[in-house]
Design a protein. Structure first.
Length: 269
């Protein structure tokens, strides 16, 4: 599959549940002409047929290779970052929930669904926009997961999709600062993730990031109850040069830890 087709299909699915992203993209594009995507992120489960080990070959089909690993012990997550030989292609950030670190109750809610029926064997990159591949959970189960892992609750109702796209501030012609981009978001009346500060990171660590709060949609749970759930958000990244003059290409664990909270119902502040 061609990378341009892959990211276009992801974008179509993503904006269908994240209408703020299309509004932001168009507003930023109107002022800058060209908007470049810094990276796209996905979520999955460790200790399952859909863990990173099973999904990484799909990224390899697109030409992507891993270049760095990250750990988020408080959120029970680990992640790997991938990049393409073509520097114009966005990076990919793939994280997974460590199921063995959840309580037995939470783990069983997830594993029962993953074990019902046969999960499709991931074969090609289209897997990343398949959505949920398991029977829906009930609303009480969703609430139980929220109490322990909002990441788990999100993944059970959203499944496989782009968790977020990211505007590369470095590539903007007329608003080349993160503050200027956030001003555009504010003009649209959209809310930003303030967990850990509005702007996370610094020039000293090579990366500054900010993000919106996730959109919401009405979701029908297995018991028939309909309630709003968080969908996806838009991120903005400004990278700084290293000693050799090249822009830093990795991620910062402390900042990414707070960016995860863009889909949370309750943020840690």
């Amino acid at each position: 599959m061609d990378c341009s087709v892959f990211f276009q299909r992801l974008w179509e699915q993503y904006t269908a549940v994240t209408p703020q992203a299309q509004r932001i993209f168009e507003a930023v594009q109107a002022r800058n002409g060209v908007v470049v995507n810094d990276h796209v992120a996905f979520r999955t489960f460790r200790h399952s047929p859909l863990d990173i080990a099973h999904l990484e070959p799909l990224l390899a089909q697109l030409g992507y290779a891993p270049f760095d690993r990250y750990r988020f012990p408080q959120k029970k997550l680990e992640a790997i970052a991938y990049r393409h030989p073509d520097p114009l292609q966005p990076k990919i950030f793939l994280s997974e929930l460590l199921l063995d670190q959840l309580s037995e109750t939470a783990r069983n809610i997830i594993l029962r669904r993953l074990g019902i029926g046969e999960l499709p064997e991931p074969e090609d990159p289209s897997f990343f926009w398949e959505g949920i591949l398991w029977p829906r959970i009930s609303y009480p189960e969703y609430q139980q997961l929220l109490q322990e892992s909002e990441y788990a609750a999100w993944l059970m109702v959203m499944g496989y999709c782009a968790n977020h796209f990211t505007i590369s501030v470095n590539h903007l012609a007329r608003t080349p600062s993160l503050d200027a981009v956030l001003d555009i978001v504010g003009e649209l009346g959209l809310h930003l993730n303030e967990s850990g500060g509005l702007i996370k990171g610094s020039a000293a660590v090579g990366l500054q990031q900010a993000s919106t709060l996730a959109d919401e949609m009405e979701y029908r749970f297995a018991d028939g109850d309909v309630h709003p759930v968080k969908t996806c958000y838009y991120e903005f990244a400004l990278r700084y040069p290293l000693s050799d003059g090249a822009l830093y290409q990795g991620f910062v664990e402390q900042s990414a830890d707070r960016i995860f909270e863009s889909t949370f119902h309750q943020r840690t502040g």
